[in-house]
Design a protein. Sequence first.
Length: 324
Amino acid sequence: MKKFINRNKYTLNTESLVFEKDRSSAKLVILTILKYVSVGSILGLTFWFFSMTGFISSPKNRLFEKSNSKLISEVVVLTAKFDTISSFLNKTQNKDDNFYRVISHINPIPVSIRKAGFGGTNKYSNLEGYTFSNLLINASKKSDILLNQLHIQSKSFDTIIYLAKNLNDSLLSAPGIAPVAPNDYLTISSGFGLRIHPITKRLQGHDGIDFAANIGNPIRSTGNGIVTTADKNYNGYGNYVVINHGYGFTTLYAHMSKLYVKKGDTIQRGQIIGAIGNTGSSTGPHLHYEVIVNGAKKNPINFYIDDLSDEEYSEMTQLFSSNN
């Protein structure tokens, strides 16, 4: 015998005391279904909206964001490196104009040429319209500026090398080494330019640089030349020596404890001319060193390589003092 299952629900009519089919259950099911569909639709639209507007990132978007973030970080680092390279290049340009081109008897390169413009007004238009456009354009500009300046500097060195082949005597005569070996001085205690004078306590110009060192350490001539002054006194420079190198160059060495040369002596680069002292207007043992070019006092830091080891310095002075 088959068993039939009736899935319809019935409700007792209390007035007629008859069971009637419950139609509200079907309606309830339909309403329940519509409710869930509506809620699901709302949630789906909400998720779509936030995904499209960036509030919720898809895995693909998150990967792009991570890649972009890394690229931006690398651009920032690269821009900082450009600044460091630019700083070194500025020092090279300064030494080129104030030393290499001077001893080669050619004029410094005008700033208008060294800092000349490049490209056109729309050169960076392809980088506009992005979130980090300013960063990208700034990095590109710095790169172009460096390339332009490096090209000009390279051409300048080509010219100097060409001229230097016929200027051997002037190259040896010009001040080109430090007057004190690296291991023979403690520090540069005072640089070129304005400073508070250690004795008068007033702001005034300092015409050279001071090498703080122990009394008795050797002082060397920075170029070939002839001694024009080898004097001893108790004021100002104290015991000092002046050497005329020719080609418009003169150097001065002050506050010495001993003088090993006299007026009229012919001097070679690297030759010991005296010893560190504390004579004259001095508050401690040091060498005051000046470079004068065509009557104008220049920053001596531009006239020697300041990162030589003691061994390299010694080898250099021996080379300069050899006859060939």
